[in-house]
Design a protein around this ligand. Structure first.
Ligand SMILES: Cc1cc2nc3c(=O)[nH]c(=O)nc-3n(C[C@H](O)[C@H](O)[C@H](O)COP(=O)(O)OP(=O)(O)OC[C@H]3O[C@@H](n4cnc5c(N)ncnc54)[C@H](O)[C@@H]3O)c2cc1C
Ligand SMILES: NC(=O)c1ccc[n+]([C@@H]2O[C@H](COP(=O)([O-])OP(=O)(O)OC[C@H]3O[C@@H](n4cnc5c(N)ncnc54)[C@H](O)[C@@H]3O)[C@@H](O)[C@H]2O)c1
Length: 463
């Protein structure tokens, strides 16, 4: 390969994900000559097979649920609703393609940016191969994301992932979901509300096992109240196609192998980073045993010319963490270099309905920190607005550092929980004393107005 056939850029971005796209635009604004390489469609997981399409489905599922439960609010609906998955998918596809088109236009409008289609591999520390093209830069930004992890025993069975389930046009009769965490639970409730029978098989003893056990139990109750069958402590070993269509899953529980059969099977057992597709060994890039590209708090990898952003660096697994990586990168390149990954407060939502909003530590994590803690919890059923809405499942809780008076963590599982958690998060970023929030006057009637009341109920946690 001769050097004169090599195309040189100020930056090469691999992956058009939640960090790569804004980074390309920011670098172009600084007059850098940028190549952005994408092997599939623009926008990555969030836009195409993650947040956007799933939350569009959550909205359709919520509409179906609201109609089916309207009698609770005194509304008689003569016939049970008909869910038209083809129409739901069409609506979702329209939202997704509009995001993608906006992105394509933004990138195409910049003369500084070359959009290159294909799978990029690293040739060495500064050169990247895409098909027959060789690109070179002293700065390579990896934003390659992750894909569904398929356990060994399922390789030969007809399964769905978060990508293929979004292509269905007929509602599954019985959906088996392997994995009881974010992806599994969101799809479980969506399809239950669309009319499927749903069975969730989770290896751990609790759903969403990173949460406190009482949170997991409440989430399980919400799902079971809608008729979803949840089996925890079920390590799924293998799947087999049924002659009549569908699949049978064999799982190990309480010392025995058991089976469950369904018309469709969704595998939601976590993600693996796409770093393997890059041939990282060619650049001596350090990838850990789970496939994540190792970075420091400034997103620098072990190789001076290479940076890693988003899910592939293992420092976050959400759209907002990937986008924040982009903000950190820009600050490190052009700003005052103060932003780092270490400053980020963990936060996310689980978009079942009602949703779980989370910020900072769980109670068990806070206890492990050894700090003097204050804690308060209230049931959603004690909150007027929740009662008025007829949506009283869930809880609100907060953990405070008794010495600094700062909030260490909060959870809002209940109506509006995904939005309400932002109030706690803002106080945490502002390093505010909990008393400021406790003395604030919030709007009535909202669920948020319970935050001051909740904080008045703080009591010390025994060590
Ligand atoms: C079903 C589901 C629902 C989700 N819901 C939420 C949610 O509600 N909220 C939230 O915050 N997060 C959610 N997430 C997580 C979120 O989608 C990701 O954290 C987010 O997309 C960040 O990804 P990224 O920027 O790291 O990369 P991605 O968005 O995954 O983009 C990586 C891109 O790199 C490309 N690529 C990979 N390898 C190569 C290569 N060698 N050459 C060229 N291109 C390559 C890929 O094709 C892809 O387009 C969800 C995820 C899933 C799967
Ligand atoms: N609302 C959101 O923000 C959202 C929504 C969906 C996905 N995501 C992102 O996607 C990532 C992946 O989500 P996920 O739910 O696939 O993965 P996860 O890693 O959170 O959970 C996987 C689950 O599968 C279980 N499991 C693994 N192997 C199993 C087996 N053989 N049998 C039974 N159970 C098994 C695990 O115990 C675990 O509970 C998350 O980390 C999250 O960041 C976020």
């Amino acid at each position: 390969m001769t050097e004169d056939r090599v195309e040189t850029f100020d930056a090469i971005i691999i992956g058009s994900g939640q960090a790569g796209n804004p980074l390309a635009l920011a670098l172009a604004k600084e007059k850098w000559k940028v190549a952005i390489v994408e092997k599939a469609v623009l926008g990555g997981t969030c836009v195409n097979t993650g947040c956007t399409p799933t939350k569009a489905y959550v909205a359709s599922a919520r509409a179906a649920w609201a109609i089916a439960n309207a009698h609770n609010l005194g509304i008689e609906v003569p016939k049970s609703p008909k869910v038209n998955l083809k129409a739901i998918k069409k609506r979702k596809d329209k939202i997704v393609s509009s995001s993608r088109l906006g992105l394509r236009k933004a990138l195409a409008d910049s003369p500084q940016i070359s959009m290159i289609r294909g799978t990029a591999t690293l040739l060495d520390k500064t050169r990247v191969k895409v098909g027959s093209r060789v690109l070179k830069s002293s700065k390579i930004f990896l934003n390659v994301g992750a894909r569904a992890r398929i356990p060994e025993g399922f390789a030969d069975v007809g399964y769905l992932t978060n990508t293929s389930i979004l292509q269905l046009e007929k509602i599954p009769e019985h959906l088996i979901v392997v994995g009881g965490s974010y992806i599994g639970l969101e799809f479980a409730q969506i399809f239950r509300r669309f009319g499927s029978k749903v069975t969730v098989l989770e290896m751990g003893n609790y759903l969403i096992s990173k949460e406190d056990h009482d949170t997991s139990d409440l989430v399980r109750g919400i799902l079971e109240n809608e008729g979803i069958k949840v089996i925890c402590g079920a390590k799924c070993l293998r799947g087999k196609n049924k002659k009549s269509g569908g699949a049978t899953v064999t799982f190990h529980k309480e010392g025995k192998d058991k089976q469950v059969s369904g018309s469709h099977l969704l595998i939601a057992t976590g993600r693996i980073p796409n770093s393997d597709l890059l041939n990282p060994e060619n650049a001596d890039l350090t990838v850990n045993d789970r496939g994540y590209v190792e970075v420091n708090s400034k997103l620098e990898t072990t190789i001076k010319s290479i940076y890693a952003l988003g899910d592939c660096n293992g420092r976050g697994a959400f759209t907002h963490t990937s986008y924040n990586d982009y903000e950190i990168m820009v600050d490190q390149l052009f700003g005052d270099k103060k932003k780092t990954v270490n400053d980020r407060i963990i936060n996310y939502a689980l978009y079942i309905d009602p949703p779980l909003g989370r910020a900072g530590m769980t109670l068990s994590q806070a206890k492990e920190s050894g700090k003097n803690l204050l804690f308060a919890r209230m049931a959603m059923s004690d909150i007027s607005r929740a009662k008025e809405k007829g949506e009283t499942q869930g809880k609100m809780e907060v953990i405070v550092d008794a010495d600094s008076e700062q909030i260490l963590g909060a959870a809002v599982l209940g109506t509006g929980g995904d939005e309400i958690i932002g109030t706690f998060l803002t106080a945490m970023y502002g390093k505010m004393s909990y008393k400021t929030l406790m003395n604030s006057v919030q709007t009535h009637p909202t669920v948020t107005e319970l935050i001051p009341t909740l904080l008045q109920q703080l009591t010390p946690v025994k060590k």
